[in-house]
Design a protein around this ligand. Structure first.
Ligand SMILES: Cc1ncc(C[n+]2csc(CCOP(=O)(O)OP(=O)(O)O)c2C)c(N)n1
Ligand SMILES: [Mg+2]
Length: 325
């Protein structure tokens, strides 16, 4: 294992297993009615979130869109308190008020997402500019979906980030659809990294189900931004398992290819075995230990008390009168 990329592949695999196990629990408990709100999982996007997590420093900042919230977990959010948050429990990271999209933990550099597609781009630019004004080499990373590319915030963010040389890395998880609309049906180009050229921003497109390739692309973008050269853009081509509100409208062949063949954990496992970095038994043991860890977190969440409704307006802007009926 002299190749440093081998260690990274194993790290990425561990992170992807954790994200997968967490999201399976998330999905299962949502379907049982134990988690309120709506369901968007990162199932299928594990290589994207693992690659970004692998490149973040503790002092960096990051934003997740509605689908990539398992990045919080991989960046250090305590898993039991994240699951408690999803279940609306008092022990949750935001005392049950943030839920999936608005969970936030400033101690790990995470910011809340937004239900408004694309909106986090402009907020992440502001945070990146704050880091620049502090004269650190910390950076901000934001993950958005392909759906954001049709929004004004996408272009406003790219234009000003480039003009101001903001230390911002934009990672676009292009999974081919926004709800049921194929990318090519709604955008001038289906290769979203092409937009970056107009804003004089370095950009690459990468197989977002290949963990190591994703990591290498994000690493280079992060190095660019950290060196004071301004923003960089990475398009990670992937596929989500979740049909997202609509019923399954993708063809059985497409579903089979992405879930069974070109699937991020399978690809990483094959690479690990082919290189002899670990054997089947070791990987199975890692899988079982990860599932056991997540099951323990879920027990904690289940046993925690529900959030106290009397705090629902706490931390809302001061001076607001709350009308009670
Ligand atoms: C401004 C705005 N328009 C519409 C919606 C409704 N909406 C929720 S998820 C979604 C699709 C987002 O697609 P994408 O960014 O590709 O993310 P994916 O779910 O594919 O990961 C839309 C349109 C929204 N939340 N915000
Ligand atoms: Mg999409």
């Amino acid at each position: 294992m002299n190749n440093p990329q081998s260690h990274i592949l194993l790290d990425l695999y561990g992170k992807m297993l954790l994200a997968r196990s967490f999201e399976f629990t998330h999905e299962r408990e949502f379907r049982k009615g134990n988690l309120p709100g709506s369901l968007h999982t990162a199932l299928g996007h594990e290589a994207v979130v693992a690659a970004v997590a692998q490149c973040l420093r503790k002092t960096d900042k990051f934003f997740c869109d509605q689908r990539s919230s398992s990045l919080h977990l991989l960046a250090g959010m305590p898993g039991e308190r994240f699951l408690a948050e999803l279940a609306g429990k008092e022990t949750g990271v935001c005392r049950g008020r943030g839920g999936m999209i608005h969970s936030v933990d400033p101690s790990i550099g995470s910011f809340a997402g937004s239900s408004v597609i694309g909106q986090i781009l402009v907020v992440s630019l502001g945070v990146a500019m704050g880091l620049k004004m502090d004269r650190t080499d910390n950076i901000t990373v934001v993950i958005v979906g392909d759906g954001a590319s049709g929004r004004g915030e996408w272009h406003e963010c790219m234009n000003l980030a480039s003009t101001w040389k903001a230390p911002l890395v934009i990672c676009c998880a292009n999974n081919g659809y926004a709800i049921s609309t194929p990318v090519a049906a709604a955008h001038a180009t289906a290769d979203l990294y092409e937009y970056a050229a107009a804003y004089r921003m370095p950009a690459v497109q990468v197989d977002g189900n290949d963990a190591l390739a994703s990591y290498n692309a994000v690493r280079d973008a992060v190095a660019h931004a950290r060196s004071g050269n301004g923003p960089a853009f990475v398009e990670l081509k992937t596929w989500r398992w979740d049909p997202c509100f609509s019923g399954e409208m993708r063809s059985p062949e497409e579903v089979h290819y992405w879930r069974e063949v070109h699937e991020p954990l399978r690809l990483a496992r094959q690479a690990i075995l082919a290189e002899g970095l670990a054997d089947e038994a070791q990987l199975d043991a890692l899988h079982a230990a990860t599932d056991a860890q997540v099951a323990e977190w879920w027990r904690f969440a289940q046993e925690s008390p529900l959030a106290d409704p009397s705090i629902v307006t706490a931390n809302v802007y001061a001076g607001w009168e709350v009308e009670t009926r």
